[in-house]
Design a protein around this ligand. Structure first.
Ligand code: HSE
Length: 428
């Protein structure tokens, strides 16, 4: 028996919306138009020139053209951001339409509300495309760890920052120089704040934490540090010491509490994640039975995001997700979060200091008095004229709070010229 064609509404016709429309209507490669009909597309600006043949698809700037159309069964939302996306998604769900979205911000901030609305209106909300592009991480966390307790997740989940860090490392150029180029090439947005300051990563981390631990996470409480202050010298020295630098997003369960953090970190070069370069993402999930599992692939881009969106559409069409969603609780459990002060890590620090007798002893005394043990010291770039030297110090493990106390004292050292960098080292 021939399947009934699914009528869908599409909200947003930017890069991802255009790709989805192109794939569905491309008769030669996919033939999805036999199964799916894009009935209506809602866009912000109707007057914008678009190079599409829309045939019977209606283009509108009024969301009611989707909401009031009883023939539309499913809506794909790809506008991004919290507002008006929350309003659109909730109204679609309430009017009996299933929703598939790529929107990590709305899912991180208000996903639980939206999932509750979906449950109450017997509709489905699927969001595989919101984290890791085409990497099937959401479906895996929902389905494939039932036998496990998850201890932690650690990930590179932002393609833009990984692209910038990879190029800084390979080319020895500054953050600004690579960012400018990345913007020209379309790898970074005109306003790159969301990516480079780590907001995109905390949204994705909150979604993964909800699925892995059933924890409702307040975004503002996640420790967040972006990549804008990393200097290119750090890549050279980190490399010499056997590390690469990545923007890490991590959640770890410690004594029934969670520590969530997003910040740049040094990763030992022999660890797979240290070699995940350019726009690639990697998500490492630690199950108590599976041990660490690594999911790697293109985490952003029109094709890979469309892959996740289409898979969600097909799951809804196949009726698979009805039974799956029944298994998926709407998690509201409140875990208390551990403050970053209590994070334990090794540290990399670089300072410029007067190159004279006793300076190293005074620096190591501060660290020693705070119970911080030094692992390695490198003296670099001695400037004979200025009588300055650069010191790169790797410590053993210390608590963040104690390390920051020691840094305050180092900053007061009489012989200090500049305090250049402090980076954490990931433990494996
Ligand atoms: N700006 C995001 C990234 C896009 O760079 O990963 C996908 O969420």
């Amino acid at each position: 028996m021939e399947k009934k064609k699914l009528n869908i509404g599409l909200i947003g016709l930017g890069v991802i919306g255009s790709k989805i429309f192109e794939i569905i209507t491309d008769l030669e490669s996919h033939n999805y138009s036999k199964l799916i009909n894009v009935k209506t597309i809602v866009v912000k600006d109707l007057s914008k020139k678009r190079n599409f043949i829309f045939n019977k698809t209606k283009i509108s700037s009024n969301i009611n053209d989707i909401l009031d159309d009883e023939e539309i069964d499913l809506v794909v939302e790809v506008v991004g951001g919290e507002s008006p996306a929350f309003d659109y998604i909730s109204k679609c769900l309430k009017s009996g339409k299933d929703v598939v979205t790529a929107n990590k911000e709305v899912m991180a901030k208000r996903g639980l509300e939206l999932l509750a609305i979906a449950k109450n209106s017997s509709t489905q909300l699927r969001f595989e495309a919101s984290v890791g592009g085409g990497i099937p991480i959401i479906s895996s966390l929902k389905n494939d760890f039932s036998s496990n307790k998850i201890d932690g997740i650690r990930a590179i989940i932002n393609g833009t920052t990984n692209y910038i860090l990879t190029r800084m490392s390979n080319e020895g150029l500054s953050f600004r120089e690579i960012l400018n180029d990345a913007q020209k090439l379309g790898y970074a947005e005109t306003d790159p704040t969301n990516d480079v300051e780590g907001f995109d990563s905390i949204y994705k981390l909150a979604i993964l934490t909800n699925l892995a631990f059933g924890a409702k996470v307040e975004i503002k409480k996640i420790y967040r540090e972006g990549i804008t202050n990393i200097k290119n010298k750090e890549f050279k020295y980190a490399n010499e010491l056997g590390f690469s630098i990545k923007l890490i997003s991590s959640v770890k369960k410690i004594n029934n509490k969670l520590l969530l953090r997003v910040h740049p970190a040094l990763i030992p070069i022999e660890i797979p994640m240290a070699n995940v370069n350019s726009v690639l993402n990697m998500i490492e999930v630690h199950g108590n039975l599976t041990g660490p599992l690594w999911f790697q692939g293109a985490g952003a881009g029109p094709d890979t995001t469309s892959s996740a969106l289409l898979n969600d559409i097909f799951r809804i069409m196949d009726g698979i997700s009805k039974s799956e969603e029944n298994k998926t609780k709407i998690f509201e459990e409140k875990f208390s979060l551990i403050n970053m002060d209590y994070h334990n890590s090794k540290y990399y620090l670089r300072i410029t200091i007067k190159d004279k007798a006793g300076v190293l002893a005074r620096l190591s005394k501060i660290l020693g008095d705070n119970g911080i043990s030094i692992h390695t010291v490198l003296q670099k770039d001695t400037n004979i004229e200025l009588k300055n030297a650069e010191l790169v110090v790797m410590t053993h493990k210390a608590q963040e709070k104690i390390m920051l106390e020691a840094i305050k004292k180092i900053k007061k050292l009489e012989d200090l010229v500049t305090f250049d960098s402090l980076l954490r080292v990931e433990e494996y």
